[in-house]
Design a protein around this ligand. Structure first.
Ligand code: NAP
Length: 258
């Protein structure tokens, strides 16, 4: 794992903050989120050993914010893109605030697509020139494997993230860019509180550092990483079958192109 610069979205708390803290000081950082005070505190804590840490306060639900993040990441020559920012909202769909339903789609779906599409061409080129592997991590969730009533839009966005990362990983299989769909189970962060969910109802929760560590070590080895140990064991056969289906589908889809 020798990335020269990582962009971490949603770095101000939870899993994103853990990614920022766990990356070695040889990796420069571009950190983003909306909370400017938290970004500055992170910059202070993580600027060491000559490492460059750039922070951009930006709302990823807005195209203007996404454009500023992309410009900073391009200027910093990122070779690791961690699409981590995300939010959920528990509740009855027709009663949930419409702007929040939209924000979930903008941040969880539109932002990873727009950021990845914008940054990937130069990431591929730089990897080819340097011979150093690059990486893309997309935060999905175990919620992405099934429909979740009262959490429907969130689960659908995480399902999108999963399918998007899987397809991208297959398309880039012959390149020097690895792609991972990281699928945490319930993780101790600010997510539950912000989503109007009671974390006390969860049988157990994982800590954010464990999730980020598993993500970094799975990148380049697997396409999907389920971080919840119980679910990982239960899902092993279906994940193996899914990998087989992905390989067959990739061959079929390659033949369909003109
Ligand atoms: N916690 C879990 O149980 C769990 C399980 C599976 C998957 N995940 C996924 O893990 C990822 C990280 O979540 P977390 O658990 O670490 O939650 P968290 O502690 O609430 O962190 C969410 C991060 O996303 C950023 N964010 C939210 N809305 C944003 C917006 N409009 N523009 C820019 N940044 C925004 C937040 O930054 P600001 O508030 O500063 O903007 C924050 O840094 C999410 O994609 C989530 O879906 C979490």
């Amino acid at each position: 794992m020798a990335y020269s610069c990582a962009l971490v979205t949603g770095a101000t708390s939870g899993i994103g903050r853990s990614f920022a803290e766990l990356l070695p000081s040889s990796t420069n950082l571009v950190l983003t989120g909306r909370a400017e005070d938290r970004l500055l505190e992170l910059k202070d804590a993580l600027s060491r050993d000559g490492r460059q840490v750039e922070t951009i306060a930006a709302d990823l639900a807005e195209q203007e914010g996404r454009v500023r993040v992309i410009a900073a990441a391009e200027a910093a020559n990122v070779d690791l893109l961690i699409n981590n920012a995300g939010l959920g909202r528990f509740g009855v769909f027709v009663e949930n605030p419409a702007p929040l339903e939209r924000e979930m789609v903008e941040v969880n779906v539109v932002a990873p697509v727009v950021l990845t599409r914008s940054l990937l061409p130069n990431m591929i080129t730089r990897a080819e020139v340097s011979g150093q592997r690059a990486g893309v991590i997309v935060l999905s969730s175990v919620a992405g494997f099934q429909a979740l009533p009262f959490f429907g839009t969130y689960a659908a966005t995480k399902s999108f993230d999963l399918l998007f990362a899987e397809a991208l990983s297959a398309e880039l299989a012959d390149s020097l860019v690895d792609v991972l769909a990281l699928c945490p189970g319930a993780t101790r962060t600010e997510f539950f509180n912000r989503a109007n969910l009671a974390d006390s109802a969860m049988p157990y929760m994982i800590d954010a550092d464990t999730v980020a560590r598993r993500g970094l070590s799975a990148l380049g080895k697997r396409t999907i990483e389920v971080t919840d140990p119980v679910r990982r064991t239960m899902m092993a056969p279906s994940l193996a079958f899914r990998a087989l289906k992905r390989a067959v589908t990739t061959m079929v889809m390659r033949r369909l192109g003109n």
